[in-house]
Design a binder for this molecule. Structure first.
Ligand SMILES: [Zn+2]
Length: 577
């Protein structure tokens, strides 16, 4: 293909008897005058057709010619070369031959086209000259067709999903899914994920569970602490669904054998919502849980936590002490973090330095120094805590006292003039004392450093919209809670009948029930002498502690919640005494 050897196109055409001599000379002159290529001029003048020109050009460049009318090309072969290159350079991949890419080109002078294709496909090329118009037509038709097929597939998959949703009684979801089909051209999986997430946020659920089963993918929401089934997604959507969730949360989509964590940030309505996402391998595939972290969930303030007025006053006093430890106890999901965040929020003023060690940091507060525990790099609670003390804080939050080491450092901090907030996994307040001793903390340190302990649980509160007197409360619940016929003479029991505002649950939102004890001398002495839990508990009650169950009863009689809610907490947590 050396330039010197290249014959003149006019000569080839003339020798083939395709143009007259004079016409050719005129065309060459016209081309020179208009700075046009001879072939283009001849086509314009109608002196030659594109097919013959392509043949002549092939001959001129000593290349092969291909007739696209008779060549066997499949739309699949288009995928051999990126679409942008195909369109930009008007080339058409014809197929692979021994690892070499057969490529129809419209212009052998366009070396850039061939270099780009060679580079992007990493394949050696066998180039064929073809009629440029036919290349363009074939490319356009094929791409149109594959788009039509794609959108067809999409529509079918949406219709099928919508039909299954409707059949399973989720008419609303089915409608939304179909409506989304018109609104945008995102894939059905993208819309499905958006739907799952947005619905959850709008319903104010706390977490979303996406769980593959043998024959379907179950979607459950947790609302006010109770899980319920929201949707079932066809099994064939499982793989794309999981992939989409993993992409969104920044997980490795190829890794399916080990648990992974991720995060999604999304703007829903006018608020930014964070999701903590975890994937866990299971026998039917990975299950994914999205925990919804709502900034407004912690900005509720101390008033909204659910304290009775005397406890509210005590709480306000405790969190303003200059030093000592304030422990909040309860099982996972009992609202301990929310309570402590509400306290920190209130104390977060420019004159106070607040440092936290958390695992994880659930919400970011302006003006606080929050530190994430990272055990994997040795950044444990106690390490952070020791470092904190050198930063001269007023208030320290230690996310959780997990062991004796953390407890020791926290106590040391409390005894050296810091107010320390932390949590502990015990069922009731007095048990926190014995738990710390069990962890190996010296009883005199426990006795001298702890200012107050508060145990709490979250209970669902009756929907205000459908609240009604419960004339027939379950006697078992009443007996469990020591609610006597005498009590019922002066108090009514309430329930939620279920309405559209509470999704028929009869409950909407949650509040805490509490038992709060400030350590007096008697309790401190019992702690010091390692007294049994029963004695500690009696002393706490004697000092004015209202038990979780008593607090729950007050809330039942005020019509805030139901005996069933308090009984559930009391029964499972051994709160009944
Ligand atoms: Zn209601």
């Amino acid at each position: 293909m050396a330039k010197a050897a290249r014959r003149h196109l006019g000569e080839i055409l003339y020798k083939a008897g395709l143009v007259e001599k004079q016409a050719l000379i005129d065309a060459i002159k016209a081309g020179q005058a208009g700075k046009k290529r001879l072939g283009d001029v001849l086509i314009e003048k109608g002196l030659i057709d594109e097919e013959n020109l392509a043949k002549a050009i092939a001959k001129q460049f000593d290349m092969k010619y291909v007739n696209l009318d008779t060549a066997t090309i499949t739309p699949e072969s288009l995928k051999l070369v990126p679409e942008d290159l195909i369109k930009k350079h008007n080339v058409l991949p014809l197929g692979l031959d021994n690892g070499r890419l057969k490529l129809a080109i419209s212009d052998p002078v366009n070396l850039d086209a061939m270099d780009s294709v060679r580079f992007r496909t990493n394949k050696e090329l066998d180039c064929y000259v073809a009629n440029p118009s036919k290349i363009r037509k074939f490319v356009t038709d094929s791409l149109d067709q594959s788009r039509a097929e794609e959108s067809d597939r999409l529509r079918h998959s949406i219709d099928a999903t919508a039909a299954e949703l409707a059949e399973a009684g989720h008419e609303f979801q089915a409608e939304v899914l179909k409506a989304g089909q018109v609104a945008g051209d995102d894939g059905p999986v993208v819309r499905l994920v958006n739907l799952i997430i947005d619905t959850a946020v709008n319903m104010r659920v706390s977490d979303i569970h996406i769980e593959p089963m043998a024959d379907r993918v179950r979607v459950r929401y947790r609302l006010d602490g109770v899980c319920f089934e929201k949707d079932n997604i066809p099994k064939n959507m499982q793989a794309p669904l999981m992939t989409r969730l993993k992409i969104l949360s920044g997980m490795n989509i190829a890794e399916k054998r080990v648990p992974q964590d991720g995060r999604i940030k999304r703007t829903i309505g006018n608020q930014d919502v964070d999701f903590r996402v975890s994937a866990l391998p299971g026998n039917h595939g990975e299950s994914v849980v999205l925990r919804i972290l709502r900034p407004d969930a912690v900005n509720i303030g101390i008033k909204a936590l659910g304290f009775e007025s005397d406890d509210y006053d005590r709480f306000q006093k405790i969190i303003r002490r200059p030093n000592g430890i304030f422990l909040v106890t309860g099982p996972t999901g009992s609202g301990k973090t929310t309570t402590l965040y509400a306290a920190l929020q209130e104390l977060n003023k420019p004159d106070k330095k607040i440092i936290t060690a958390e695992d994880p940091i659930e919400y970011s507060f302006a003006g606080m120094n929050q530190c994430q525990v990272r055990e994997d790099i040795g950044l444990s609670f106690d390490k952070i805590l020791r470092a904190m003390l050198r930063q001269a804080p007023n208030i320290i939050l230690v996310g959780e006292i997990r062991d004796g080491i953390v407890a020791d450092v926290a106590i040391q901090a409390a005894l050296t003039g810091h107010l320390v907030f932390s949590t502990l996994h015990t069922n009731d307040a007095p048990s926190a004392i014995t738990r710390l001793v069990d962890m190996g903390v010296k009883p005199f340190l426990v006795a001298s450093s702890i200012q107050a302990i508060m145990a709490q649980r979250l209970v669902r509160i009756i929907c205000k919209n459908c609240k009604t007197v419960d004339k027939d409360p379950d006697p078992l619940h009443l007996r469990l809670l020591n609610i006597t016929p005498e009590d019922l003479k002066t108090n009514s029991i309430y329930k939620g009948a279920g309405c559209s505002q509470c999704n028929g649950m009869g409950y909407k939102g949650r509040k805490g029930i509490f038992e709060m004890v400030e350590l007096n001398n008697e309790v401190r002495e019992l702690a010091f002498s390692k007294a049994p839990i029963g004695e500690l508990r009696k002393a706490c009650i004697a000092s004015g502690m209202r038990t979780l169950m008593e607090d729950g009863k007050l809330k039942i009689f005020r019509g805030v919640t139901t005996p069933a809610e308090i009984a559930a907490v009391a029964q499972t947590e051994g709160v009944v005494t």
